[in-house]
Structures are given as structure tokens and as C-alpha cells.
Design a protein around this ligand. Structure first.
Ligand code: FMN
Length: 531
């Protein structure tokens, strides 16, 4: 099973960057607990605020570390609900659809994280103002209530805004995410994780009538719409600007576009709606799911959904990393073979991953910069990526650095495993996204044991049976980076292991990569799959 490490997993101590949406009526304690136990974070759907139901759901969560979410404008009518749920010490409280200000202090005082779900950039600004821990950028593809922005453009815009104004605030993408491709795409867009509604609505633990579950399996992504007719029938007065995405069916065919008629007929249609809902009739009521329906083909346990999504996303990211921004011809990055290896190929754990690049290539190149860029594009590198993006500001340095890098790589005497391993150690120690993602697959291909790279990734002890030369190289690189020199014993061993010339080469290799990693860390240069 793959684990994707992101700022979200570190903040909340999760195995997977996946949060279940607090879906009114459907997201009970069993679902939230199943998601949390699978390594994500489950949120109970506080909905419109039924205290007895909420108590029962916390009981159903049976002590799992879950959170809860509220419809904020509704919570304002009965704020004591928040005080009640905070007694259960939820991991987080999500506020959606309304002004979060009246509630954040109480949530924070109870030690829970504040999550604000946002439908436009104005909402993101409000969330930053109240110092939310996590912002959810919800696109209109989402099931249930939402607004108009599309996920694909809203998430990166929110990511940029947060990077500029609240870099410590995490971001989740929501709306239309139904499988690992959606999770991978969300991470690529700059999110730290995803909030899933529809995909987990279609789980065995969700509180959903069998008839409604059957309906999602028969519906593709075209089969939903955003409308107000369900709220009119239920006589729930939602604030302007919010609509609900539900399944297209006989009910929406009859009333969508005829809202005034429905309002007039609500004394009859309201009870009809509620009865059909309770009976699991999928035609004459609101059936609440979003466009992700198009990639959902089975009702499965939440743990299966979450774990498969993480595996698929890790594979997807590793495939992209291998395909883009490549090393020299003949040294194309290759994929590690097992899904569990793929997580360590991902650079998502690094501090600059996903942040907005600084010191990017100048928007307009002068003649010398253009010439330097052309040399890279027409040379073995085939493009301007990694350290050469910031170095493009100083073409003579770029050329010198490129030459040194080429000499180390193509005219060096260290064997490929030792070279790639040492680069990985430096990349990990300096926490550099680019070099880690670039050289991790090359190290695997050169025969460096995946377990050793995994130990680097997780900063755990190197395997006892690791080739002594690799273990020594790790010691040399780590001592250098920590103390700027190496101890007598390490030096003596290194001399015996490699001799003077190769030791000088190894030290230069470590120094060169430390230099480019520093430059890229400051520049927040993206990893190769993001270029
Ligand atoms: C059945 C259902 C009920 C929902 N109820 C709520 C809710 O009570 N409060 C809330 O903040 N969001 C609610 N949402 C929206 C989710 O928080 C989330 O934004 C959305 O499900 C994400 O998009 P997706 O459905 O494509 O995964 C609901 C979504 C669904 C599908």
C-alpha cells in the first residue's frame, strides 16, 4: 500500500491525504471512523444540526479520531451544537457556507483544527482572515451544495493565494474527485490533499438508501445538475448563490426551471419528496451526488476506496515524474516497480513542494540568457529545468554549473549506484524536491535497494545489510552537511574504500548537489513532474 506524504498527513498524522466530507444525513460516525481507521480523516456530517443524531454518530464512531462539519449559516441558529460536539474532542471542525468568524475561537480553544470550505476566492480570503488551518477549495462538480467555480482553476488559484498570504495554511481540493487520478491531479494543482464526498457516499458505511446507491451505479457524470429544487421541496432556505448538485431524475425533470410552480405546490410536493427520499426512491426526490459518479462503478468499503485511491495516485505521480523534464537520453527515469516504492519517489514531503516558484526564469530573456537557454534545450538536458531555472538569471554561472554537473555525471569515475545514492542522500538531507524526484528513480535503476531509499525517505535507520560503500557514502554526505567536514574515522575509511581521487570526486559531487539544492530550495523550483 502506498503512502503519500504531504503537509496534510504531517499536520494530522494521517497515512493518506484524504478527508471525507461531512455529508449531511449520509456522513455518519461509521463512515467517518472507517476513513480515519484507513489512514485518512473522517468528518461526521453535522448538517442542519440534530443534537441527538450527532450524539449517536459520535457513538457510532466508537472512539476513532474523527472530526465534524457544519453548515455554518445553520449553526448560527443553534450555536450550542458546536459546544456539544467539542466535548467529543474532534480532530477538526469544518465550517462551510457562511461566515466562520463566530465559531473559530471556540474550535481552536478546544484544540481542534479549523477547516473552512470555500466556493470562491472571496471565501478563501475570509478563511485566511480567521487563520483557518485548512482551506477547502470546492468546485462546482461537487455533489451536494456548492457554487460556480470549477475545481481545475479554483484549486491552483487558491494555492497561489495561500502561498502569498498564508503559506502555513493547508489546502484541500474538492469537487469531482473520484479516483487516484483526481487525487494526483489535486496534488499537482497545489493542494495538500482532497476532500471526498460523492466517492465516499458510494461506500458501504455511508447512510444511504440501497435504491440511491443503485442509482449512482447507473448514472454517468452527465447525469447530475445544480439546482435549487431539492431545497425548495424541503423548505430549507439556503442563502443566495448556493445550489445543490443532485441526480437528474423525474423530480428534477419536472421542477428544475419551474421553481415558482414548485414553491406554490410545496404543501403537496414537500411531503412527497421526503417520503420518496426515506423510501430510497431514486426518481421522485433528491439523490445527492456529484459528477464523480462517472468514475464510480461499485459500492465498496471506505477503506478499500481510500487505500486504492492512494495507490493509484502514487502510481500516477510516479508515471508523470518519469515522463517529464527528463534526464539525458539513455538515462530516462524509470519507475520503481512496486506501488509501495512509489511513495518514496514522490517529493510531496518536502517543504517547498507545491509552493509558488520564486526566481523562475526571467519572463523576458536578454540575448545571453536566451543563448544559455538554447544551449540547454539543444544539449543533452533537452530543456530548462531544475537548478537551471534560477541560474538562468546569471548565464555564466549557469554554464559553469552545467559543465560541472555534466563532468560529474558523464566523465565521473564513481559507479552509477554510488553516484545516484549519494545524490539522493544530499537531496533528502537538504529536503530538495527536484533532485529527489529526479534521482530516486535513477538510483533504483542503478541497483540501489529500494528499502535503503525508503529509509532515506522516512529518515529511518539504513538497512543493516546495505552495501558498505553506500553506507559510508551516506555517512560522508551527512557529516559534511551537518558539520561541514568529515571526522577522522570517516576519512580513514573513505580513503581505504575509494582512494584519494575518487574521494575528491565524491566530495565534489556532494558539494555540487548541495549547492544546486540550496539554490532550488530558495527558488522553490518545482519537482520534475511539475515543470
Ligand atoms: C450527499 C452530500 C451531502 C453533503 N453535505 C454537506 C454538508 O452537509 N456540509 C458540507 O459542508 N458539505 C456537504 N457536501 C459537500 C461536500 O462537503 C464536498 O464539498 C463535496 O462532496 C465534494 O465534491 P464530491 O462530491 O465531488 O466529492 C455534501 C456532499 C454530498 C455528496
Amino acid at each position: 500500500m502506498a503512502t503519500l506524504t504531504t503537509r496534510l498527513t504531517r499536520m494530522l498524522d494521517l497515512r493518506h491525504p484524504v478527508v471525507s466530507a461531512p455529508m449531511a444525513f449520509a456522513g455518519g460516525g461509521a463512515l467517518a471512523a472507517a476513513v480515519s481507521r484507513a489512514g485518512g480523516l473522517g468528518l461526521i456530517g453535522g448538517g442542519y444540526g440534530d443534537p441527538a443524531w450527532l450524539e449517536a454518530q459520535f457513538e457510532a464512531a466508537a472512539g476513532a479520531h474523527v472530526g465534524v462539519g457544519f453548515i455554518t449559516w445553520s449553526l448560527r441558529k443553534s450555536p450550542s451544537l458546536l459546544t456539544d460536539v467539542l466535548r467529543h474532542r474532534p480532530a477538526a471542525v469544518m465550517l462551510s457556507f457562511g461566515d466562520p468568524r463566530p465559531f473559530v475561537d471556540e474550535i481552536r480553544a478546544a484544540g481542534a483544527r479549523v477547516i473552512c470550505q470555500c466556493q470562491d476566492l472571496g471565501h478563501v480570503m475570509d478563511a485566511v482572515e480567521v487563520q483557518a488551518d485548512i482551506v477547502v477549495a470546492q468546485g462546482a462538480e461537487a455533489g451536494g451544495h456548492g457554487a460556480a467555480r470549477g475545481t481545475l482553476s479554483f484549486v491552483p488559484e487558491a494555492a497561489d493565494y495561500l502561498a502569498a498570504h498564508a503559506p502555513g495554511t493547508l489546502l484541500l481540493a474538492a469537487g469531482g474527485i473520484g479516483d487516484g487520478r483526481g487525487l494526483a491531479a489535486s496534488l499537482a494543482l497545489g493542494a495538500d490533499g482532497v476532500l471526498l464526498g460523492t466517492r465516499l457516499w458510494a461506500s458501504t458505511e455511508a447512510l444511504v438508501q440501497p435504491g440511491h446507491h443503485q442509482a449512482i451505479l447507473e448514472t454517468d457524470g452527465d447525469g447530475t445538475l445544480r439546482t435549487t429544487v431539492a431545497d425548495i421541496a424541503r423548505q430549507i432556505a439556503w442563502p443566495r448563490g448556493f445550489t445543490a448538485r443532485i441526480r437528474r431524475n423525474a423530480f428534477t425533470d419536472r421542477w428544475h426551471g419551474h421553481e415558482a410552480d414548485l414553491e406554490r405546490a410545496v404543501a403537496v410536493e414537500g411531503p412527497r419528496y421526503r417520503q420518496a427520499f426515506a423510501a430510497g426512491d431514486a426518481e421522485h426526490t433528491g439523490v445527492w451526488f456529484g459528477e464523480a459518479a462517472g468514475v464510480i462503478h461499485a459500492i465498496e468499503p471506505a477503506a478499500v476506496i481510500v487505500e486504492r485511491m492512494a495507490d493509484e495516485a502514487a502510481q500516477c505521480l510516479a508515471r508523470q515524474a518519469a515522463a517529464v523534464g527528463g534526464p539525458a537520453a539513455g538515462e530516462r527515469a524509470v519507475l520503481p516497480s512496486a506501488p509501495s516504492d512509489l511513495a518514496s519517489a514522490s517529493a510531496l514531503a518536502f517543504p517547498e513542494a507545491g509552493q509558488t516558484e520564486r526566481l523562475a526564469p526571467p519572463p523576458v530573456l536578454d540575448a545571453d540568457q536566451q543563448a544559455a537557454a538554447d544551449e540547454l534545450i539543444n544539449g543533452p538536458r533537452g530543456g530548462v529545468y531544475g537548478p537551471f531555472r534560477p541560474l538562468l538569471h546569471r548565464p555564466p554561472l549557469l554554464r559553469a554549473a552545467a559543465k560541472l554537473g555534466e563532468t560529474l555525471r558523464y566523465a565521473g569515475t564513481l559507479d552509477a549506484a554510488l553516484r545516484e545514492w549519494t545524490i539522493c542522500v544530499v537531496a533528502r538531507e537538504t529536503e530538495n524536491v527536484f533532485e529527489w524526484e529526479m534521482h530516486h528513480p535513477l538510483a533504483v535503476r542503478a541497483g540501489v535497494p529500494v528499502a535503503a531509499l525508503g529509509a532515506l525517505a522516512t529518515r529511518s535507520a539504513l538497512p543493516a545489510d546495505l552495501d558498505p560503500a553506500l553506507a559510508l557514502a551516506a555517512r560522508v554526505a551527512r557529516e559534511l552537511l551537518a558539520t561541514h567536514r568529515i571526522g577522522e574515522a570517516t576519512y580513514a575509511q573513505a580513503l581505504v574504500q575509494w582512494g584519494e581521487a575518487a574521494l575528491v570526486e565524491l566530495l565534489t559531487l556532494a558539494g555540487y548537489f548541495a549547492m544546486v539544492c540550496w539554490v532550488m530550495n530558495v527558488a522553490r523550483t518545482p519537482g520534475p513532474q511539475r515543470v
